[in-house]
Design a protein. Structure first.
Length: 320
């Protein structure tokens, strides 16, 4: 559990480099006492990140009877605001009149991180905006490659932008899934709501391309409360008898939702693996639409997945 508590501290420490250009002022004992006496810590952040290359290398030597020694690389990574993709185009409908009226920048900005410790010792981290609007983001990568004695480009020209409406992280002192094979040392819960807009990429070795891919909420035609009937009760959160008349209801319907637990546990089923990374997918609700699928440079049509719902899904990840 000590390791999990350190995750919360590391999250706060990791944000420190982004403040490197800000003026630093020494704090006296009185000022420090005022800080530690508060209910929690808030970090406000704006940033733009560039990474020339991310590289993972399989350390297996590739000896006789073994597989290993190759690398997976991601090149020319850019992470910032949606303006990386959209330029100065308006993407936010701030007054819900149906017309976007707020443009994004290339900065990942308007970002606030609240860190609190609950009475039971749990670390509670909430990522949201200062203004109350969703967080706009943009991402690009020139290529993803497999490299070894031969090389293959898996994906090229990847770009996407979207919005993050919610990201709540809880480092729990109790294992959320002890009955499913957890060790009881604690767990990490992630609850998020987001969209992906206009994702585009090519898969050169298959001569396949994807254009205009989006990931959004399931809308008003999904049975969110699980009562077997799709009706107003699924989307009217405030009892006004009108769906989508509050920001909470618009997020509820318009943003894809993912909830999962991460913890140390055992392998699945008859597996003898122990102390593995376990990921339990509690709930995923989204719509996926692909505006165009290209094969050999020619569009063959579009693809839509309506009301995609994933639940009761478990993964065990470990080295071999």
């Amino acid at each position: 559990m000590k390791g999990l508590k350190k995750i919360a501290l590391a999250t706060a420490v990791a944000a420190a480099p982004f403040a490197a250009q800000a003026e630093l002022t020494a704090m006296n004992d009185s000022a420090m006492g005022n800080v530690t006496g508060q209910a929690g810590v808030t970090i406000e952040l704006e940033t733009q990140v560039s990474i020339g290359q991310f590289k993972y290398t399989d350390t297996n030597s590739g000896a006789a009877g073994e597989i290993g020694g190759g690398s997976f690389t991601v090149n020319d990574i850019e992470l910032g605001g949606a303006g990386l993709i959209t330029g100065s185009s308006a993407i936010f409908d701030t007054n819900s009149d149906g017309t976007p009226d707020l443009a994004a920048s290339q900065l990942l900005d308007d970002l606030s991180i609240d860190i609190d410790l609950a009475s039971d010792g749990d670390a509670v981290i909430s990522v949201h905006t200062i203004s109350g609007l969703p967080i706009d983001w943009g991402f690009t990568a020139s290529s993803m490659n497999l490299e070894g004695t031969d090389s293959t480009t898996l994906i090229s020209g990847l770009s996407a932008w979207g919005m993050l409406a919610k990201l709540d992280i809880r480092v729990d002192t109790e294992d959320a899934a002890t009955n499913l094979g957890g060790t009881g040392d604690g767990s990490l819960n992630i609850d998020t709501a987001f969209t992906v807009n206009n994702m585009e990429f090519d898969v050169p070795f298959l001569a396949v391309g994807v254009r205009g891919m989006s990931v959004t909420g399931a809308g008003a035609n999904f049975d969110y409360n699980g009562d077997g009937v799709v009706d107003l009760a699924d989307t009217d959160l405030d009892g006004s008898n009108t769906a989508g008349d509050t920001s909470a209801e618009r997020v509820h319907m318009g943003f894809a939702k993912v909830n999962l637990d991460v913890y140390k546990g055992n392998g699945l089923g008859a597996s003898t693996a122990t102390d593995v990374l376990r990921v339990d997918v509690n709930d995923v609700v989204m719509d996926v639409n692909v505006g165009g699928v290209l094969i050999g440079g020619t569009s063959i049509g579009s693809v839509a997945l309506d009301n995609l719902h994933v639940q009761n899904t478990r993964l065990a990840v470990y080295g071999h």
